[in-house]
Design a binder for this molecule. Sequence first.
Ligand SMILES: CC(C)(COP(=O)(O)OP(=O)(O)OC[C@H]1O[C@@H](n2cnc3c(N)ncnc32)[C@H](O)[C@@H]1OP(=O)(O)O)[C@@H](O)C(=O)NCCC(=O)NCCS
Length: 340
Amino acid sequence: MAIKTKDGSESQILAVGGYRPKRLVPNSEIIQKIDSTDEWIVQRTGIESRRYASADESLVDMAVAASEQAISRAKLTSADIDTIILASITYPYQTPSAATDVAMRIGNPHAAAFDIGAACAGFSYGVAMAHDLVRAGTSKNVLVIGAEKLTDFLDPADRATAFIFADGAGAVVVGPSKEAGIGPVVWGSDADSRDAIVMSPAWTDMRDKDYKSIVKDSVWPNISQEGQKVFRWAVFSMSKAAVKALEASGLSVNDIDAFIPHQANIRIIETMAKEMKMPESVVIADDIRTNGNTSAASIPLAMDALLEKHPELHGKLALLIGYGAGLVYAGQVVALPPKP
Ligand SMILES: CC(C)(COP(=O)(O)OP(=O)(O)OC[C@H]1O[C@@H](n2cnc3c(N)ncnc32)[C@H](O)[C@@H]1OP(=O)(O)O)[C@@H](O)C(=O)NCCC(=O)NCCS
């Protein structure tokens, strides 16, 4: 089967790259501060371990490593990249963007470069924009990066988040193609649930408190969430959105080879697959088990891991669906990149 889109020039993912920090953190290192157990975390989320960046390893360091791997696997150089889109919620500077830092560091300081904030859906938002930019002829080769250092904004004593979130970066190069390699995006939001996942307080709230109270209350902006609310929304609404993404490409679950949803919770992933009546032949990404939830980085990292484990999937069709704080979501069918 092939992806169906409107007539015009097409786009495809030319290559994927990933960067996982060296430090592997098993559940045993997390549980003490949150009064939990390895069994509870594995049973409720599937997470056995995750990766944490070191203190001197920045979000941009990780983004550059993933980008360089993707560019080299695409058999391009950084000079061939004319647009850089970086999705993140944890870049610690308001401006200039992380994307411009990546542009500098990969040696192409003249590329169009900007960041987007769509939380765990950020990568799929970026792929959708890259697809449109290439199809419209605005850009030729777009580097789409998802990069997060969530440990900078994580409360290690928060029972609802400390065991879930982690660090890493993934990147793809989206370029021109004769055949449709990226299907139409299905995206949207449920903004009435904006409060379900938040990073607070605001920087301005911090400024308005005196230093002593900040230290005393340790009100550093941390991520927090209503776990059950997010769980229910993900399971019921996201399987419907994923089916719509398949239909937008003229496909059904029987036409795809892989399912690469946002890596938030293995129970969400398995329930979505069941709701969608996904046949057993579809390979389902489960990077969550060893890498936790890396927000915008989770889909490209899961794609990279899946292709490493299943090289036969190069060039085959995969359904992507990202969702997260906002609440926002985006999904599309893509042809996985060819073998480098
Ligand atoms: C966070 C999450 C794993 C919590 O699992 P849950 O089954 O909803 O847990 P609940 O909050 O209902 O709590 C169930 C029980 O576990 C306990 N519990 C909660 N957190 C715990 C923890 N970290 N360790 C051990 N026990 C815990 C609760 O106290 C409760 O105990 P009780 O039954 O004796 O009252 C789950 O809600 C989830 O994954 N939600 C989706 C979040 C997500 O994916 N966010 C990112 C989206 S981008």
